[in-house]
Design a protein around this ligand. Structure first.
Ligand code: BYC
Ligand code: FE
Ligand code: FE
Length: 483
């Protein structure tokens, strides 16, 4: 009998999808596996591959106890294929087929749309590992190094999750797409990753924390939407991925919070009250709050681009066909078809930003972005509490959604962080005050020196409040391999 809660280890690929009795898919995945391991080995420096990292591995999909913590060498990590348990009698939650039984096989008429969304989702996962590949050598502590690698192995598992769906449900062209996921690479000229933000650099640890806070949160919102899919295997896959995603955003939120905390603390100790006294603050070896705001501006706006066009027929089709739902679709109290509903979308009239009603069906991306903005605001409020508690007069803010955009309605105009449309030349002249400039980058880079003694932290970041898996402060999260 197939055990759908616990994970079977009788094949090379741990799974709860009965791979050992699905020879075709097992073979296809075993064929794909070496390419994946090569990709991993080329990416992560050898010194870290040989190190023992205190990682969690998913061993079950039981919400009460799905993970096990232990020392592992990363190339030996058991990347598995895990789907959340099937919900009995699950129905398609939205669109023209709402109420019909969820699909257990790919609905032929929506095959291409479904495949495209799975490929885009899959493409982001290895991209993020590629973006973060240089960070290991400058980790501010063993605790942070471990968190980086935890996020990396889980993004690797998310790639596995999408590759499984491609192999299992999309035949020969699914196999080709799975191979292409290892062929494209972040920032490459010939074969870049599919979405803009995933070709940007993650040059330092503050960027890493901002990325896991803001960009992994796009991941959360998109996975929530795909978890509402009428295609049940996709829904179940994404539901399990979401349990892992929570930790990635925790790393981001606490990471930024610890940087903010350390800066405020150093300012107080030195008797500096003015957060804009940048030279003196930087001389303390901490990152001034205005520069943290610039990093926030950058990563937030890059992440907003990931929601696509505000008004989108792609999104309307995905919703109407029942392939992709809204955030918390099953909790929304409406007809789930949006036949007559409208939704407010920002538009540009002359030099003004106005609100306009459009058919709600076409505004699915906008609605998800609105949900995202609300979700993202939470952590910013908690960072501000840290600043307030330290007695520093400064407030971090999400910039206006029109600021610094490459996709959608705002990509055609220059908007300042307050939401005012301004001449392009003025925007360009002020950009260095709004986004990290070369000098900011160089300064942050100068702080990026590795700290590898258990329980010690680089001077620009505070220690975390609690350890991973309740470990004590001086726990050796990574046993570094000495070459
Ligand atoms: N960059 O009608 P539109 C994660 C393209 S993150 C480049 O708005 P749609 C993670 C678009 O493809 C979550 N191109 O499109 C996080 C379309 O092209 P075509 C990833 C872009 O489909 C951290 C055209 O512009 N998952 O998991 O409504 C670490 C028209 O746009 C971009 C997903 O995104 C862009 N930013 O919306 C690790 C879920 N935006 O087809 C992992 C799957 C748009 O006309 N994807 N374009 O040639 C989707 O649901 C949708 O494809 C999108 C775009 C929301 C991304
Ligand atoms: Fe992911
Ligand atoms: Fe993630």
């Amino acid at each position: 009998m197939l055990d759908l809660i616990n994970v079977s280890y009788d094949t090379q690929i741990p799974n709860n999808v009965g791979l050992s009795s699905d020879k075709r898919v097992l073979k296809a995945l075993e064929k794909w596996h070496p390419g994946y391991i090569n990709w991993w080995n080329d990416l992560i420096p050898d010194r870290f591959q040989q190190s023992l990292v205190y990682l969690r591995t998913a061993v079950s999909v039981d919400p009460k106890g799905w993970a096990k913590f232990d020392y592992v060498k990363m190339p030996e990590y058991r990347w598995g294929v895990l789907l959340a348990p099937q919900v009995e009698d699950r129905r398609i939650p939205c669109g023209e087929h709402a109420g019909q039984p969820a699909w257990q096989e790919v609905p032929g008429e929506y095959r291409n749309m479904l495949k495209r969304l799975i490929v885009i989702q899959g493409d982001t996962e290895p991209a993020s590992v590629e973006q973060q590949r240089f960070l290991g050598s400058t980790a501010p502590s063993l605790y942070d190094l471990r968190n980086l690698f935890q996020v990396n192995v889980e993004e690797g598992r998310h790639l596995w999750a999408m590759v499984y769906l491609l192999h299992k449900y999309f035949g020969a062209d699914g196999r080709e797409e799975a191979d292409d996921l290892l062929r494209r690479s972040s920032g490459s000229d010939e074969a870049p990753r599919m979405l803009g933000a995933f070709n940007e650099e993650t040059p330092d640890w503050l960027s890493f924390f901002m990325f896991t806070y803001f960009t992994d949160r796009d991941g959360k919102m998109q996975l929530e939407s795909l978890a509402q899919s009428g295609f049940d295997p996709l829904s179940r896959t994404c539901r399990f991925m979401l349990t892992e995603e929570a930790h990635h955003m925790f790393v981001g939120e606490t990471g930024v919070g610890r940087v903010v905390e350390r800066t405020c603390q150093a300012m107080k100790e030195a008797g500096i009250d003015d957060p804009y006294d940048i030279d003196r603050i930087r001389a303390l070896g901490v990152i001034d709050l205005p520069t943290i705001q610039k990093k926030l501006n950058l990563h937030y706006t890059l992440s907003l681009d990931l929601f696509g066009q505000e008004v989108s027929t792609n999104a309307a089709n995905a919703f109407n066909s029942g392939i992709k739902g809204r955030y918390m679709e099953n909790r929304i109290d409406d007809d789930h078809r949006l036949s007559d509903a409208t939704y407010q979308v920002r538009n540009i009239k002359g030099d003004q930003i106005v609100m306009e009603d459009v058919p709600a069906l076409t505004a699915i991306n906008m609605r998800l972005r609105d949900d995202y903005v609300r979700d993202a605001a939470g952590g910013v409020g908690r960072w501000n509490k840290i600043i307030e508690k330290a007695g520093v007069q400064f407030e971090l803010k999400l910039p206006h959604e029109g600021f610094h955009r490459q996709i959608g309605i705002f990509s055609t105009v220059s908007v300042d962080p307050e939401g005012k449309i301004i001449p392009k030349e003025e925007w360009q002249a002020k950009a260095k005050d709004w986004l990290p400039n070369k000098a900011d980058g160089d300064f942050i880079q100068s702080l990026m020196v590795p700290v590898t003694e258990p329980g010690k932290f680089a001077g620009w970041i505070a220690a975390p409040k609690v350890g991973i898996d309740n470990k004590p402060g001086d726990f050796e999260y990574v046993k570094l391999h000495m070459a």
